[in-house]
Design a protein around this ligand. Structure first.
Ligand code: ZN
Length: 494
């Protein structure tokens, strides 16, 4: 028995190591690689992906899983066998010919999207998107599903969540958030940010970010902070979890918040149970629960009055003389400004979900066959008019702005909003269980929150699905009430 389980762990570790090697090549591609390395890098990644797929679908793995399913009783071991079985089945459900066609369509789609976005030329992207949508719909058939075919795709990103639950949850959220945004915008104080003018030294921005990272408990001996065009977090092991950010010389906050966001992801990855390193149990069960961590640190903590009570004086030390006359209130006025806008990744906390919900509804319509790709730009613009009250001037600022669909990733978007909802719900419980939490944050003591998240979420890994984790922490189902109450408290009185 023991040897069989040990053999399973060996196989899972090999699969993990190949994934880690691929992630390292991808990290290098974003951070270090010279442009001419791109073609060879594509080939290297494809070779590793093929070897990994062979291991993931090997007859030996299938035999071990069958064997252990009958004999394993220890709860962690049984959990690992079940998760490995899930991964095995997902990997074997897609025929190899489909995987190849999909990979080709992804790379053609991504390249076409880059050009189409640069020229705001939807017609150039349209045939690729049609192919990718067709393939996504074909994938739902291979995976199999109950209810909406969207569920088969959602499973790749947010296991345990269903379209039938999401649809009413997000429709209700959109209606309530739309009203709230209208009210806030009407009563918001005029801009008061002349003090931001001029340049903000990038070395000083980086030093300030590193100070906050250290306070958050991000282990820099098991991580790195680099720059990349699109900030991200990646990990190859619990002891090697890297983040990237990007700096804006005109804005001292943009890099900080993207760094705190990615560090929220990184604390999760550094906090998995070491006993199950190199297995699926040392991983997150969904993207939504990952975003729960990143958004909590970036928004609930990073954009709070308590945080800036401590960190405005620290920021002053990094920019001598620049912030002497600036108050915490003025900083909050800048970092919490609410304004309906065109671009999701630049949007504020109050309008962000509206961008996501528009995408979720559009991709549900695409996958369920109610919307043709040709009609997407018009449908997109109508959603923006309805939810954000703004006119989309061109497709580059509309339906071509995000990369996800060019990779054939349908079902990804709602995880962003679920992350916001989970974060508000989980943070409410954190406050109830740690009555001094806000005082700690106001004194620059960020470790108690990290420790609490470590016990409640990080160490759990994939033993439970995201909705179950949220329910076990908060005692209630994932819902929108805590998030709306949070927005109301923070912005409603404005
Ligand atoms: Zn994130």
């Amino acid at each position: 028995m023991h040897t069989t389980f040990e053999r399973l762990r060996e196989l899972l570790a090999e699969i993990h190591d190949l994934s880690a090697a691929m992630s390292l090549l991808e990290w290098d591609m974003e951070v270090m690689m010279p442009p001419k390395g791109a073609v060879a890098r594509g080939a290297q990644l494809a070779t590793l992906a093929a070897i990994r797929h062979r291991l993931q679908t090997s007859p030996e793995l299938a035999r071990l899983l069958d064997d252990l399913a009958r004999r394993t009783t220890d709860s962690d071991e049984a959990r690992l066998v079940a998760e490995a079985r899930h991964d095995y089945e997902r990997a074997t459900k897609l025929p190899e010919s489909f995987v190849r066609r999909f990979a080709e369509a992804q790379s053609a789609g991504y390249n076409a999207w880059l050009g189409a976005k640069a020229n705001s030329d939807f017609a150039a992207f349209r045939p690729h998107l049609e192919t990718l949508l067709e393939l996504a719909r074909e994938a739902t058939g291979h995976y199999g599903y109950e209810g909406s075919p969207y569920n088969a795709l959602l499973d790749n990103f947010e296991r345990g969540m269903r379209a039938e639950r999401l649809r009413p949850l997000l429709a209700d959220l959109a209606a309530r958030q739309k009203q709230l945004v209208a009210r806030i915008v009407e009563h918001q104080a005029p801009r008061n940010d002349a003090w931001l003018e001029g340049t903000w030294d990038i070395a000083a921005q980086r030093a300030f970010s590193l100070r906050v990272l250290a306070d958050m408990g991000y282990d820099l001996d098991a991580g790195r902070l680099d720059t990349a065009p699109h900030p991200f977090c990646t990990h190859f092991d619990i002891q090697d979890v890297r983040i990237t950010t990007r700096y804006d010389e005109r804005d001292p906050f943009s890099a900080l918040f993207s760094t705190m966001h990615e560090a929220g992801h990184a604390l999760y990855d550094q906090g998995f149970d070491p006993a199950w390193n190199r297995t699926p149990l040392a991983d997150a069960p969904s993207l939504g629960i990952h975003e729960c961590n990143s958004r909590m640190w970036e928004n609930i903590v990073g954009r709070s009055e308590a945080f800036w009570t401590h960190y405005l004086p620290v920021l002053r030390e990094h920019f001598p003389g620049r912030l002497d006359g600036v108050s915490v209130g003025q900083v909050l006025g800048v970092v919490n400004r609410v304004a309906p806008s065109l671009i999701r990744v630049e949007s504020d906390e109050c309008t962000y979900n509206l961008h996501v919900i528009a995408r979720f509804e559009l991709e549900m319509d695409l996958i369920e066959g109610r919307l043709a790709v040709a009609d997407l730009p018009e449908a997109w613009n109508a959603r923006y008019r309805e939810y954000l009250g703004i006119e989309v001037p061109d497709d580059a600022h509309g339906c071509l702005q995000d990369v996800h669909w060019s990779h054939g990733m349908f079902g990804y978007f709602p995880t962003y909003t679920l992350g916001n909802l989970y974060a508000a719900q989980v943070f409410e419980t954190a406050c109830a269980e740690m009555p001094t939490l806000w005082d700690d944050i106001a004194a620059g003591r960020l470790l108690p929150l990290r420790e609490w998240l470590r016990t409640k979420i990080h160490l759990v890994g994939r033993r439970h699905m995201a909705p179950d984790i949220v329910r076990s922490i908060t005692g209630s189902e994932p819902a929108a009430d805590a998030f709306l109450a949070y927005l109301e408290r923070k912005f409603g009185a404005a």
